[in-house]
Design a protein around this ligand. Structure first.
Ligand SMILES: O=C(O)Cc1cc(O)ccc1O
Ligand SMILES: [Fe+2]
Length: 451
């Protein structure tokens, strides 16, 4: 075991070979991992004294009485209560929580934004978060918020956790490192990270500038969708999700811990790094997932299935089949359906659809929906292919065609999404978006026959 001498570095298990992220496969597994041999007690959770003088501490992500509890036992250098214990309210005006309905902002509409540009400012994970929409209510743990992050600076002696939410991070540009209590997760575009509620972490820039999307889930955790008749394979496979191996910092340094709690931000001071968990076991852990391992299943003869066929993760709302949030991925795939209008159909949906483009071109919108850009088709508002996509798809010679150079996603929630002031006024809203449908022509002339 190598002990790093750089006070900012982490001791890494099991190789000690420096700062690299190591992972264990599986979604919802009961993991166990230790950065020093014997850090985990054998066969029990609360020995009278722990090895190495560690403190045992449980992080509960579900009620104690939940029928399938999600919790992790941490063995750490100091218990988490060892901070100043005084919380001072701070302002992060761009990170907004539901309910947040602004009187003079109209959320009813079809909206699309160009990528939010970077600025010259040094922005961290906390100061670079820009809320676009909110839905539901953070206080009752229902709904979500969508954010864009613009991050150019690492957090230094600064840590964060959200008591309000689980964060689903979808990078579009740059590479980020999440140094968490339970280990290190690195993410790049075409990967995602899931950071559970209550987990403390610091975010570092590995390669900047970084831009991406965040779905802040106020409700029940994301889980893998039941695959029903599809069976046990394809879509997202559990083994492709990776939890980090234990890694810890033994570092004395005056530090700040920021907590998001009921939509407000509070700071407290701490004299050491809180990333001091030497070993842990349990099933409540951060994860990463490579979106390129998502195996899409689709129509192999005719017609266009509902986009739920592309669900990567779903966060239940308590009403079966009606998610608080579905995370849906539109990636490269073959289009083979015969005598079929292949792009998404025109539709209205009770769910609210917020989309982001990770790279390439989306089939329903060949122009205008660009990488880093977002769109919102809110509850029960009609949308569908633009004029160009419609004409092309209804006249194309239907051969097997590979949809290449495409990766977009959707955060789809059962709740209407409300625009923030930033989304309405500051972000690059495309005022002419709805014109993409304006010259769709009337083809009906009363005579039968396909036109
Ligand atoms: O609106 C969208 O582009 C997303 C979407 C895609 C699709 O294939 C079917 C329905 C749907 O809402
Ligand atoms: Fe849609």
């Amino acid at each position: 075991m190598n002990r790093q001498t750089d006070p900012h570095s982490m001791i890494q298990a099991p190789s000690g070979a420096g700062i690299t992220a190591g992972y264990m496969p599986g979604f919802g597994n009961d993991f166990e991992t230790e950065a020093l041999p014997g850090a985990l007690p054998e066969g029990m959770n609360s020995p009278q004294k722990c090895n190495y003088g560690l403190y045992g501490e449980q992080l509960s992500g579900t009620a104690f009485t939940h029928e399938r509890p999600e919790r992790t036992w941490c063995y750490r250098i100091r218990p988490s209560v060892k901070h100043s214990g005084r919380y001072a309210r701070i302002d992060l005006p761009h990170w907004v929580s539901a309910p947040h309905v602004i009187e003079d902002v109209t959320s009813l509409g079809q909206y699309r934004w160009d990528p939010v540009p970077h600025s010259d400012a040094d922005l961290t994970w906390l100061t670079g978060m820009r809320t676009m929409t909110t839905a539901g209510d953070v206080n009752t743990q229902v709904g979500m918020a969508s954010h864009i992050y613009l991050v150019t600076a690492s957090m230094k002696d600064a840590y964060f956790y959200s008591a309000d939410s689980e964060l689903l991070v979808v990078p579009q540009e740059g590479r980020l490192r999440f140094c968490t209590e339970l280990g290190i997760i690195d993410v790049a575009p075409q990967e995602i990270a899931i950071l559970p509620r209550g987990l403390v972490y610091r975010v570092e820039v590995l390669e900047g500038p970084c831009r991406g999307f965040v779905c802040e889930n106020y409700g029940q955790k994301f889980e893998l969708p039941g695959r029903g008749p599809i069976g046990a394979n394809c879509m997202a496979n559990p083994r492709d999700f990776k939890a980090p191996v234990a890694a810890f910092e033994d570092r004395e340094a005056p530090s700040t811990l920021t907590i998001k709690w009921c939509g407000q931000f509070h700071e407290t001071q701490i004299g050491h790094s809180p990333l001091d968990v030497v070993g842990w076991h349990g099933n409540y852990a951060p994860l990463k997932y490579d979106l390129k391992t998502y195996c899409p299943v689709g129509a192999i003869l005719f017609d266009h299935p509902d986009p739920s066929i592309f669900t990567v993760l779903t966060a239940p709302s308590g009403q079966p089949g009606t998610a608080n949030i579905d995370f849906v991925l539109f990636r490269e795939r073959w289009m083979v359906a015969e005598d079929t209008f292949r792009p998404p159909w025109y539709h209205k949906n009770i769910m609210s659809e917020l989309m982001g483009n990770i790279y390439g071109q989306y089939d329903a919108k060949p122009k205008g929906f660009v990488p880093g850009g977002m769109s919102l088709h809110n509850m029960m508002l009609p949308h569908g292919p633009d004029k160009t996509a419609f004409e092309r798809a209804s006249n194309a010679k239907l051969e097997a065609e590979k949809l290449d150079n495409t990766m977009s996603f959707m955060f789809e929630t059962r709740f209407p999404q409300h625009l923030t002031r930033f989304a309405a006024d500051d972000a690059p809203l495309q005022d002419d978006y709805i014109d993409c449908w304006s010259d769709i022509e009337k083809k009906f002339d009363g005579t039968p026959g396909r036109k």
